[in-house]
Design a protein around this ligand. Structure first.
Ligand SMILES: [Ca+2]
Ligand SMILES: [Ca+2]
Length: 393
């Protein structure tokens, strides 16, 4: 019994204490500890501390100590709240204190997440009904998407070449000197489902990235298609685009270029260079392609794909999608590894359109003849985060 009495923190010792009290013929001075109140609040600065009340059902002329600790449920200690443990000491005559848990407030959209505060022992009081715990629910009130920062990084410079243009997306907003929008839902006969918008939920700059976000709007999908036509056009160059890609059945992100004479010459006569396309149902595989042909009825294309190991996806971290384009042809790279090239003979008897200025297009299509259509497995929103677009000549 001496061992038990020395243990102090454990329930067994509380029982001992209660027994001793009864022997003293004064059971009414041993209070019950009540911990009945869960806390559910939005993750805001005002709610940066969750207060969990701890109540004794009666006051006593002795000191009462209650021991507690926090534990993860779906929330993660450190990331979502600051883990804490310790003791509350009720002075004689006091019956109400609270446990404070600091919440990690950030600007990123998260699921509602839960942790719990557990009363793990006490001195001078008992837990009626066993161990007591209260649930803290951190409710999301953010919209910003958190993007990884890890992944492949390409060189800042290349021997014999100069950086002639880049957009690093480091500003507060999309640079309209570089980008404009394709709007609407035509999908160029590909039977795509998205409506392209210029609104700030479908495209914005955040944390150094251009974000293009495809959303499920219930009866349709919204997305964005950015283009540099009339603003930034280039003939030849080493072009590097660092991006995290979306994934999922029916999702079709692309980083591509069209001939600047597209409005007059039409497609595919203007030429199309697909630096990167991905079909979301194969999220570890990207395609590089050229399209050409003297008119729509003579459309031809040739391309090649490359992948990362099965089980990884291009949504997991950044990769760099590149072409090296010069008078002799075009070579495609994934993370500086060549996987496809064409030369000026690629178009055969057709006009070779790849020796004129081209502009950039960055978009996420939803649905279409090639990727198929979203199904129950497709999660929304989906995003493409572009860290930079760089042109070296
Ligand atoms: Ca948040
Ligand atoms: Ca950047």
């Amino acid at each position: 019994m001496k061992l038990h009495a020395a243990a102090g923190l454990c329930l067994l010792s509380l029982t001992v204490m209660l027994t001793q009290c009864k022997e003293d013929d004064a059971p009414s001075v041993v209070p019950d500890v009540y911990f009945p109140i869960d806390v559910s609040a939005f993750e805001t600065e005002e709610n940066a501390v969750f207060e969990f009340p701890v109540i004794l059902d009666r006051t006593t002329d002795r000191e009462v100590t209650v021991y507690y600790e926090t534990r993860d449920i779906t929330a993660s200690e450190g990331d979502d709240y600051i883990p804490t443990s310790g003791s509350l000491v009720f002075a004689p005559g006091t019956s109400s204190l609270s446990i404070s848990v600091e919440i990690v407030v950030d600007e990123y959209k998260e699921d509602d997440e839960q942790f719990k505060v557990v009363l793990i022992g006490s001195e001078g009081a008992i837990f009626q009904g066993g161990i007591q715990e209260a649930i803290g629910t951190i409710r999301n009130d953010d919209t910003a998407i958190q993007v990884t920062t890890v992944g492949y990084m390409s060189a800042d410079s290349y021997p014999g070449k100069t950086l002639v243009w880049s957009d690093e997306f480091d500003g507060e907003s999309i640079d309209l000197n570089n980008w404009t929008y394709d709007l609407g839902s035509h999908g160029w006969g590909n039977q795509e489902l998205q409506l392209y918008t210029s609104n700030s939920e479908n495209s914005y700059v955040h944390d150094g990235n251009l974000m293009i976000v495809a959303k499920d709007e219930g009866s349709y999908y919204s997305s964005a298609r950015m283009k540099s036509i009339g603003l930034q056009e280039f003939q030849y160059g080493r072009i590097d685009v660092r991006a995290v890609l979306p994934k999922g059945q029916g999702i079709w992100p692309a980083i591509w270029m069209l001939g600047a004479n597209f409005p007059s010459a039409g497609w595919p006569a203007c030429g199309e260079i697909d630096i990167m396309e991905l079909i979301g149902s194969s999220p570890n595989y990207v395609h590089g392609t050229v399209h050409f042909g003297n008119d729509y009825t003579q459309h031809q294309f040739t391309g090649q794909g490359t992948g990362i190991p099965f089980g990884q996806t291009f949504a997991d971290e950044f990769h760099v999608f590149s072409i090296d384009w010069n008078e002799e042809g075009i070579t495609w790279y994934l993370d500086d590894v060549e996987f496809f090239s064409v030369d000026t003979s690629v178009s055969g008897s057709m006009n070779y359109p790849f020796d004129d200025p081209f502009f950039f297009i960055l978009n996420i299509a939803v649905g279409g003849q090639w990727p198929g259509y979203p199904d129950d497995t497709t999660e929304f929103p989906q995003f493409m985060a572009v860290d930079y677009v760089r042109v070296f000549q």
